[in-house]
Design a protein around this ligand. Structure first.
Ligand code: HEM
Length: 272
């Protein structure tokens, strides 16, 4: 009678030899790669995220796109850089109007490791972001990308532009030196001259009728939480619409007529 042995569990069974590896064993690099792939597969099996990522990244773009089309991504990179440098600045910053804010910025600039570098990246990065967002808006305007069906992309963009300016304005007060203090008083007073909501807006920004200690906390909360959260959500919506609608073709591109008169590619049927 043949000897019956229970089958080995799958995990203990010998694996087929990997093509290209002499002793059949994966190299440490291959083993690490396999482990990484297994983790990604495990997550993907439960979430199907890869479908969404493929939908977002593997898109057809029209012929003739050029460097001007990279301005939106450049703006997004500037936003992400501001977010990362801002987190490090927040590790040292204290929103204390009795001298603590100024002192924390002094410490960060003069004593903390790479503090001045990170602070300068954040400060110059804010100007870079403002310039990029205007250039990106100019590109979409002059290329007519705001027209049907991308009106909502444009409207969300307008809100993003206002929020970018509000980030610059709210961040300017945080070092709490003389320039920050007086420039913000001027800015808040200018806000107050706006029609209808102007006076309410400046009361909201000052946290009352007078510029006081809570004004700094308010600007801090607006700069660190309110606007970045809203911007992250709106950039997500902006990108969703860009993936869904596709990128617009350059305005000088003409659609070649298809020899088949029923084809979808007849100039009058193609959305640009
Ligand atoms: C934080 C600010 C912004 C970010 C991160 C951002 C990001 C992007 C990205 C990555 C694209 C696709 C690539 C490109 O065309 O460059 C895009 C497209 C677009 N953006 Fe923005 N954007 C921002 C602000 C704005 C503003 C201020 C406007 C206009 C008021 C705007 C209107 C549009 C439009 C209409 C498109 C579609 C372009 C097309 O289909 O050709 N965006 N945006």
């Amino acid at each position: 009678m043949p000897k019956l042995t229970p089958p080995l569990p799958k995990v203990l069974q010998p694996k087929p030899q990997r093509p290209g590896s002499p002793n059949g064993k994966p190299s440490p690099a291959d083993a690490a790669l396999d482990a990484g792939i297994s983790v990604v597969d495990w997550i993907d099996e439960r979430t199907s995220l890869s479908g969404g990522i493929r939908w977002m990244l593997f898109r057809k773009v029209p012929r003739g796109v050029n460097w001007f089309y990279t301005l939106g991504s450049a703006t997004m990179f500037a936003f992400l850089s501001q977010a990362v440098t801002g987190v490090f600045l927040a590790m040292y910053y204290r929103p204390d109007a009795q001298g603590g804010a100024y002192e924390s910025i002094r410490y960060l600039t003069d004593e903390a490791f790479l503090g001045q570098f990170v602070r300068s990246m954040h400060k110059w990065g804010s100007s870079v972001m403002v310039i990029l967002v205007f250039l990106h808006m100019a590109r979409t305007f002059f290329f007519g990308a705001y027209k049907y069906p991308r009106e909502l992309t444009w409207v969300i963009g307008v809100v993003l532009l206002i929020l970018t300016m509000a980030m610059s304005f709210s961040g300017y007060l945080l070092p709490f030196d003389e320039r920050a203090y007086w420039a913000t008083i001027v800015g808040v007073n200018i806000n107050g001259t706006g029609p209808f909501i102007g006076p309410y807006l400046s009361d909201f920004l000052r946290a009352g009728p007078e510029f006081g200690a809570t004004t700094l906390s308010r600007f801090y909360a607006i700069h660190m939480m309110l606007i970045p959260g809203a911007m992250a959500a709106l950039i997500g919506a902006h990108l969703y619409l860009i993936s869904k609608l596709g990128i617009s073709a350059p305005p000088w591109l003409r659609v070649e007529p298809d020899p088949d008169p029923q084809s979808e590619l007849q100039p009058e049927r193609v959305e640009v």
